[in-house]
Design a protein around this ligand. Structure first.
Ligand code: SAM
Length: 228
């Protein structure tokens, strides 16, 4: 059985990108004065840091990538959607799974320089035939997505994760997997998201996976499962 993560082009591209992403600490260092200044004026760290993050990867780690790939394979995901593609690291794991499941990956990214590079990186990995990176705000670009959606990764700015999930929900197939990253680092911002996916009697079953900064793993049960 095929495992595209073992494809030499995919493996080499991921190795190169994970190595490049280690330089993110320099970006965060440059953002520090603005973050501290913003903090004194009551702004969130993310709000103050955003102008500096145009060149930051802020990626999932390799262990998370392996788990994303495995979960997408287990779900036999044919339609995989990502909110927040950055330079394409998570996109490569997910496009590899899409190819091996006979499906397609669609990512969406706000920053034009990241869109261009993510597309190039997917092409270098040999995955461009099964991958699309939509340019622009996910609230608009994801309106184009036709369901049923089998797998979603929510990894854009955290206050948008719940609105994007609700926007995609009518297209989710029962049994669809939804993952949301950085649960521990953004506990306050993501509290409404967690309350929604963990709601007793709600349309999801959900559990935190202790990977990276915390990856919330939710399975959509379908609208008919919601208790009245
Ligand atoms: C944490 S990074 C994503 C990392 C990526 N998933 C990876 O693992 O390689 C978050 C990205 O979401 C993008 N983003 C934030 N808000 C967005 C929006 N409304 N629409 C599209 N992209 C957005 C940011 O520009 C940033 O590149």
């Amino acid at each position: 059985m095929t495992n595209s993560l073992r494809d030499p082009k995919v493996a080499a591209t991921l190795k190169r990108l994970h190595a490049r992403a280690t330089a993110d600490w320099l970006v965060f260092l440059r953002a520090l004065p603005a973050v501290l200044w913003g903090w004194l004026r009551g702004r969130s760290a993310m709000e103050s840091a955003i102008p500096y993050l145009k060149n930051a990867y802020i990626p999932i780690n390799a262990e998370q990538g392996q788990v994303l790939y495995a979960l997408a394979r287990a779900a036999q995901a044919k339609t995989i959607v990502e909110f927040g593609t950055s330079f394409g690291i998570s996109a490569i794991y997910l496009a590899a799974a899409a190819r091996d499941c006979g499906g397609r990956f669609t990512g969406t990214e706000l920053e034009p320089n990241k869109v261009k590079t993510a597309r190039e990186n997917l092409a270098t990995a040999g995955l461009d035939a099964v991958a699309t990176v939509l340019a622009g705000d996910a609230r608009e670009t994801l309106k184009e997505i036709a369901g049923p959606i089998d797998f979603v990764l929510l990894d854009g700015w955290k206050e948008m994760c719940l609105p994007i999930l609700k926007q995609l929900e009518p297209q989710l197939r029962p049994g669809a997997v939804v993952l949301c990253d950085d649960i521990k680092a953004f506990a306050k911002t993501l509290a409404p998201y967690l309350a929604y996916v963990r709601e007793d009697g709600g349309p999801y079953v959900s559990q935190l996976l202790p990977l990276g900064d915390g990856l919330e793993f939710s399975v959509y049960l379908g609208a008919s499962e919601v208790r009245s």
